[in-house]
Design a protein around this ligand. Structure first.
Ligand SMILES: [Zn+2]
Length: 278
């Protein structure tokens, strides 16, 4: 199997798998969705009772949203994830699952109304580099005299447990389209050009030619137009066009690299266990 990189940005990956098989692409798709870990907020602690501001004014710790809704919204905020620094809390040797800087990030959120509370208002306790990069995600709007004082804890998890820990989104692939045109069988109408939803064909010097083969979505409408046998669409299952997105918690390159490493590790584990069979 060969990997041909098309485009990798911080939040999207677009590549081609050559000399491959659909089962391998599907294994990669499933690993990207459910096995690549990332940080997300798991515990949210709300201060109850009055909150005194620096100006001496007293605020009520109430908001227009239920606490559960605020906790849910905070859970979905992309938390910067460094897989080299952090490990799973339940596997943490340093704290044995109690929570420590090797497995947990703590955020404090202290805002007084009237204002909108954004993800950027979450201050990491300790390391300032762990500040949320997407700062404009609204969490809740506070009215006059309202305030929140929240301590939130982020830990590592996988999409298998909850979608908030899902690193890759919109993961999809398609087989490479292989389109051939037999102009001898063309009935002279331009119907295949008109019916194609992705503009694959054009007419050049009185002939139908394929303009953008990869844009094909296999709707097969062109095969039924322009005369029988004129257009033939086939799927090349040994070449697979792959794409996915991330929300920025992990970069697309890190997500793919980790998914491939996980596949390799899991299979080598099975392989070594199989070798012990008598
Ligand atoms: Zn720990």
């Amino acid at each position: 199997m060969e990997l041909e990189v098309r485009e990798f940005t911080d939040t999207s990956g677009n590549f081609v798998l050559n000399k491959t098989r659909p089962v391998l692409a599907n294994a990669l798709r499933r690993t990207l969705i459910s096995d690549v870990p990332r940080m997300a907020i798991e515990d949210v602690e709300f201060h109850l009772g009055p909150i005194r501001g620096e100006d001496g004014k007293e605020y009520e710790s109430i908001t227009p949203l239920f606490d559960e809704m605020i906790a849910h919204r905070m859970g979905l905020i992309p938390i910067p994830t460094n897989l080299e620094l952090f490990g799973f809390r339940e596997e943490c040797k340093a704290c044995k699952g109690e929570g420590c800087p090797n497995c947990t990030i703590m955020y404090a959120l202290n805002k007084k109304g009237p204002c909108t509370v954004y993800s950027g208002d979450m201050e990491p306790v300790g390391d300032p580099t762990l500040k949320v990069s997407d700062e404009k995600i609204p969490i809740v709007k506070l009215g006059d005299g309202q305030a929140v004082l929240i301590y939130a804890t982020a830990i590592l998890g996988t999409g298998k447990e909850h979608a908030k820990w899902q690193s890759a989104h919109g993961v999809g692939y398609k087989f490479n389209p292989s389109i051939s045109v037999n102009n001898k069988k063309w009935d002279g109408e331009e119907t295949c050009i008109e019916v194609c939803p992705t503009d694959v064909f054009k007419v050049v010097k009185g002939k139908i030619v394929v303009k953008d083969e990869e844009a094909c979505v296999f709707c097969m409408l062109c095969e039924e137009s322009c005369g029988e046998g004129c257009v033939t669409v086939e799927k090349d299952k040994s070449k697979i066009l792959f794409q996915f997105e991330t929300d920025g918690a992990l970069s697309s390159k890190e997500t793919l690299t980790r998914a491939l490493k996980l596949l390799e590790d899991n299979f080598s584990e099975v392989s070594s266990m199989a070798a012990k069979l008598k």
